[in-house]
Design a protein around this ligand. Structure first.
Ligand code: NAP
Ligand code: MG
Length: 488
């Protein structure tokens, strides 16, 4: 087991009904450090029986623990306590995240972990903001609405932002009064398992939070099919999301889907400072080694500055170097797995075959750890696979555009619609793009900003429903209308 400054790594367990336990089958998985390909530790692997136990615990906690009917202020205190615990153990969590997912410690310690804490803080506040309406239907009637928690919520999360995604699923569900079963991605379960230990100390009744690392095709699938799960909040690939939605339909579960993306990042020639826009484009694709659902993987550049942007972005990419994620100076870590690295290399090959021009990178970096060279392709046609398909790696395709109509056709000419950005000094162009782009987020003269208070989610094949903000709360509440006959 690795020797870390803050985290003491031990084999991770399931967390069911307030207890840490092994899987009934005794099965475990091993989680690896993608920077050195070495095993980190073992993690209990939930099977169907364990999943059923977790759902039973969550259901019992929902119906009898009074969590949902606790005074909102008391529930808020528990949720805020989770935020405080995360902050208290920031470096411990950051180290785990860095070795498990290959994310630089300078990011996990200053972005992922603090943001996860903030999500709990934000939703602790919203716990007390749940209200209904009164509706003036008739002088003889009083009508009002009650907002009630949906029940047992399942959270299923991907491997690219493990602790943050866990927070996105847990915090609004708890604030709404739901109980939760969280299934983290099997590739990166360490911070979710540690979070379970921290939550255990925060005074929530047993069964309100359950964390069951396991395979998507087993534990995940069972959660989606289980008749006692009332809601599924899924973040992952569009392919699996489609399947989850279909399987969830059999029991009419409410679903939230945060899926893939192919976000257009647009540079107009009239941008105030081209250098800032190019730096922004670099950050948009290479942050977290491109394993970001909102990665600016399609760079659309107005023809007048196209050649210059391609050349300068290529030069910047070629200068970037990799390092050990635990090193404070590292900005670029390894891809999460060998399979992911191979898939990215496959996309690079396909891009060249389809006529794109390789400007920088395109190869594996080194031979130990799953490091990939930051890669820039130019002259990417709209039917090139790297224009259409999510790569989930540090690969950007640059494409020129001529005018607003050409831009909009290109920007919207994919099945995804998660995020977008536009760099320009002209407010009309920025607003026109923001209104016409089919995406759940549009950044203007910036990229990649998130806030717990700001709704986040996808148009088109990028998803359904929203994480963060009041919109996320709505996803865990249902509405009842009550009619009172005033003359009865
Ligand atoms: P994935 O393969 O779709 O997996 C996501 C989660 O679903 C994992 O926990 C996985 O389990 C589980 N799963 C797999 N099959 C399942 C099934 N049949 N039933 C229930 N659960 C199942 O996605 P990924 O490769 O981990 O993550 C990358 C994807 O996530 C990208 O497409 C990215 O764009 C997307 N993403 C979207 C957002 C957003 O907010 N829109 C944010 C981050 C990532 P195991 O893998 O552990 O077996
Ligand atoms: Mg996967």
């Amino acid at each position: 087991m690795p020797d870390l400054k803050h985290a003491k790594i031990t084999p991770a367990k399931l967390y069911i009904n307030g207890e840490f336990c092994d899987a009934v089958s005794g099965e475990t998985s091993t989680t690896f450090n993608p920077a050195n390909e070495e095993p980190i530790t073992t993690v209990a692997r939930a099977g169907v029986e364990d999943t059923d136990r977790a759902v039973a615990a969550a259901k019992a906690a929902f119906t009898s623990s009074k969590w949902a009917t606790w005074p909102a202020a008391k529930r808020a205190q528990c949720i805020r306590a989770i935020a405080d615990k995360i902050r208290e153990h920031r470096m411990d969590l950051a180290e785990r995240e860095s070795i498990d997912a290959g994310k630089p410690i300078r990011e996990t310690s200053t972005i992922d972990v603090p943001m996860a804490a903030d999500v709990f803080d934000y939703f602790a506040g919203l716990t007390r903001a749940v209200t209904g309406d009164t509706i003036p239907v008739s002088p003889k009637m009083l009508n009002f609405t009650l907002k009630e928690p949906i029940g047992v919520a399942a959270g299923i999360t991907p491997w690219n932002f493990p602790i943050l995604m866990a927070a996105w699923k847990l915090a609004p569900a708890l604030a709404a009064g739901c109980t939760v079963v969280l299934k983290p991605a099997e590739l990166t379960p360490l911070t979710a398992c540690r979070l379970a230990e921290l939550i255990h100390e925060c005074g929530l009744p047993p069964g309100v939070v359950n964390v069951i690392p396991g395979k998507g095709s087993v534990a995940g699938q069972r959660l989606v099919e289980h008749p006692d799960v009332d809601k599924v909040s899924f973040t992952g690939s569009t392919e699996v999301g489609i399947r989850v939605m279909r399987d969830a339909a059999a029991t009419m579960k409410k679903v939230t889907m945060e899926l893939g993306g192919k976000s257009p990042n647009v540079i107009f020639a009239d941008v105030t400072d081209l250098d800032t826009a190019i730096k922004g484009a670099q950050q948009a694709i290479f942050y977290n080694k491109g394993e970001v659902c909102t990665a600016g993987s399609r760079l659309l550049v107005e023809r007048a500055v196209y050649d210059e942007v391609v050349e300068r972005l290529g030069a910047r990419a070629a200068k970037m170097s990799h390092g050990d994620p635990l090193d404070e100076n590292t900005r670029l870590g390894p891809q999460v797995s060998d399979a992911q690295l191979k898939s990215i290399l496959g996309f690079c090959e396909a891009a060249t075959k389809a006529g794109a021009k390789l400007v920088a990178g395109g190869k594996r970096a080194g031979d130990k750890g799953y490091f990939m060279q930051p890669t820039v392709f130019a002259d990417v046609a709209t039917d090139n696979p790297i224009f259409q398909e999510e790569i989930f790696g540090p690969v950007v395709g640059v494409t020129p555009f001529d005018d607003m109509d050409d831009l909009i056709a290109k920007a919207n000419g994919v099945s995804y619609g998660l995020a977008s950005a536009v760099w320009t000094s002209n407010v009309s162009k920025a607003m026109t793009f923001a209104k016409r782009v089919k995406a759940g987020t549009c950044w203007v003269n910036t990229y990649g900003l998130f806030d717990s208070a700001v709704p986040f989610g996808g148009y088109k094949m990028s998803g359904l429903g929203r994480d963060n903000g009041w919109s996320a709360m709505e996803g865990y509440l249902q509405e009842k209308s009550v009619w009172i006959n005033l003359e009865g």
